[in-house]
Design a protein around this ligand. Sequence first.
Ligand code: NAP
Ligand code: ZN
Length: 359
Amino acid sequence: MSKSSEGEKQQKAFGWAATDESGTLSPFHFSRRENGDEDVTIKILYCGVCHSDLHSLTNEWGFTSYPVVPGHEIVGVATKVGKNVTKFKAGDRVGVGVMVGSCKTCECCQQDLENYCSQIIFTYNSHNPDGTKNYGGYSDMIVVDQRYVLRFPDNLPLDAGAPLLCAGITVYSPMKYYGMTEAGKHLGVAGLGGLGHVAVKIAKAFGLKVTVISSSPQKESEAINRLGADSFLASSDPAKMKSAIGSMDCIIDTVSAVHPLFPLLSLLKVNGKLVTLGLPNKPLELPVFPLVSGRKLVGGSDFGGMKETQEMLDFCAKHNIAADIELIRIDEINTAMERLARSDVRFRFVIDVANSLSQ
Ligand code: NAP
Ligand code: ZN
């Protein structure tokens, strides 16, 4: 029996939802569970706009359950904590990322890799074991089990720090896992959007040499002068692409659409690694010749566990890393989504939830 049908108390919530594959967002009233013993209730202040929100809104992946309230780069203030909550108190600055639950007992959960738990509960477009539905951060408040709540460091800006909760951890985790934290190694970052621009900043903080590979030649000066990349390759410029063949230890591929892998694999050194993070709705074609001839690897990575996400936030706070954002009102979200689809954002939209979401 679901909690709601047991007549349990609910908290009123308000946000913006899409109700069909047009993906158009509009005001939506719903409810969240009452704060349980392990829960933290959070007043949402800011929420980043990830390309996964856009894929979900328009059902590009084929598993969207409407209505959907997107948003998994959530920053806010704790307003209530349950009696077993030890990590947080009311008034604390907190964050919530891509997940709000997992089984807590499997091998992945025990190794702080909750993000790979087979029973993971995503922040939105998901259901809880009791059948209730989860809604994301384009809304005024959220209730989350303390295990999946992050301490948001004091010196991180609440608005520009919000994108770290997905974009930040999604690029930090593979740099650590695939051995790209050693100063002097050469990292390619394919796609200079929300994930890509944070990848450049984090990679520079690790002391890596960073080359951006982009389909937008007009992003060159921002990549180098504003974000600190060492060099820039326009993927449409064959001469420049040729000059960089065999030069990179690893490439983090954040491209959101189907794209050819051959040029990227060619940029890798022998033993180089291509890490795919982007989630286009159709399979990518894998050319084996450049893989085999250079003993290269293609891998993937899915955001990160809670412990590593906290580590990443603390790392970014220490190195003064936040996203470059365009702060928008909630009623600008549909236009922002159109621009995001055209890669026309520098470099992450963040919704000023507390100051613009009114009923
Ligand atoms: P974003 O801000 O839209 O950035 C994606 C970038 O990809 C664009 O800025 C653009 O960069 C490039 N691009 C887009 N369309 C392209 C095309 N047709 N051909 C070549 N390049 C193209 O998106 P994001 O929020 O960073 O997310 C990127 C992808 O990662 C999405 O698919 C998202 O769902 C996925 N994601 C995965 C995880 C994970 O855990 N693995 C987490 C978050 C997001 P240039 O203009 O520089 O070419
Ligand atoms: Zn995301």
